[in-house]
Design a protein around this ligand. Structure first.
Ligand code: ACO
Length: 325
């Protein structure tokens, strides 16, 4: 029986011009390029210019994705932006992208699941397509984490970067088999008991300020290693597939050691893993669409490749989406 699936028609990304190397932090903090590389795999990150907002980055990534898909904004029915660092408390960044693209139809909203945001947004957009509410959806991950860093906290400020990535999803009827192209399954999870190990210490209902990111890195690390391979396995299982079927792992780019451990648990060789963490750092909800777009630009994916995405972040929230290119 034919099934309506969400196929990726195009990808795009934007990274702010300013690149900050690890050595930059040696000037103000008790840290070193060697420590950051060894413990995280990060070498550099991009930082937004003064006045450059999340919607600015998102609009540029969206335009690139539309170009890559060979589409114009008026062909898009919905925009879903995953972000934790919106320009304003409201309106949604997605509506700013809509206006920036000159769209006067359709609907637009944000999804907030921190570093897992893109996986949640992709799954959500797939739901819009499957239920016939939209034929074409722009799904964007965009962040300016530089705005919520405590630049005196060496345990967090060296880890994050700014950027945006976008994909264009389009509804296509597929035969309804495991060989179908498009999104095949999702597995989403949250456990609010862990809110205190990764959070921002400000907000509308508390301090009235944006606040700064706080993290017990080693605890988050342990949850990540335990939960990421598990959610990928669950999503694969839902799709009727196994790790042996996987062509590419496109993980959230938080820490090279977490990525390696997850690949090992899935018995995937590292040449099947897309890595951007060295050059981008952790860009939270932007990291997976950035990695998808960079790998697509490099011509690494071919039609029919099975791709696993997975991410974990504040909440804790974590999940995985399985798709065939
Ligand atoms: N330079 C030098 N030393 C440092 C630095 C630094 N930049 N940061 C921490 N240290 C020190 C600590 O102070 C500690 O010193 P102590 O032993 O004297 O107390 C020591 O290094 C070890 O600290 P740990 O936190 O145990 O180090 P760990 O090996 O766990 O690495 C890291 C820290 C990189 C943060 C790691 O835990 C990690 O990557 N965690 C997961 C992050 C993540 O995946 N987050 C999820 C998404 S983020 C989101 O949702 C927004």
């Amino acid at each position: 029986m034919a099934i309506r699936r969400s196929i990726i028609r195009g990808t795009g990304h934007y990274l702010p011009e300013r690149v900050v190397e690890n050595s930059h932090f040696e000037e103000t903090l008790e840290t070193s390029d060697a420590w950051i590389r060894d413990r995280t795999g990060i070498e550099r990150r991009h930082i937004a210019a003064e006045g450059q907002t999340t919607s600015d980055l998102a609009i540029r990534a969206a335009r690139a994705a539309l170009d890559n898909a060979g589409m114009t904004a008026d062909q898009i029915d919905a925009i879903v932006v995953a972000t934790t660092t919106p320009d304003l408390t409201f309106p949604a960044v997605a509506t700013m992208v809509q206006a920036g693209l000159g769209m006067q139809r359709g609907f637009a909203y944000d999804v907030q699941a921190v570093c897992a945001g893109f996986v949640f947004a992709l799954s959500n957009a797939d739901g819009l397509i499957r239920t016939g509410q939209a034929d074409r959806v722009l799904v964007i991950g965009a962040e300016t984490y530089s705005r919520i860093m405590d630049w005196t906290d060496r345990g967090t400020c060296v880890l994050f970067g700014d950027g945006a990535g976008a994909v264009v999803l389009e509804a296509v009827d597929q035969p309804g088999t495991t060989d179908d192209r498009g999104i095949l399954s999702s597995d989403l999870n949250s456990d609010g008991r862990y809110r205190d190990i990764l959070y921002v210490d400000g907000g509308v209902g508390t301090t009235g300020t944006a606040g700064c990111l706080r993290m017990q890195g080693n605890l988050v690390f342990r949850h990540a290693v335990e939960k990421l391979a598990k959610t990928a396995h669950t999503a694969l299982d839902k799709a009727g597939l196994t790790p042996a079927d996987v062509d590419w792992l496109v993980p959230h780019q938080a820490n090279m050691r977490i990525i390696t451990a997850t690949a090992q648990k899935m018995q995937l060789p590292m040449d099947k893993v897309v890595l951007t963490v060295a050059d981008h750092g952790n860009t939270s909800a932007a990291s997976i669409p950035l990695a998808l777009s960079v790998a697509n630009d490099e011509g690494r994916f071919k039609e029919g490749d099975l791709i696993v995405t997975e991410a974990i972040g504040g909440g804790l929230s974590w999940g995985s989406v399985i798709l065939r290119w």
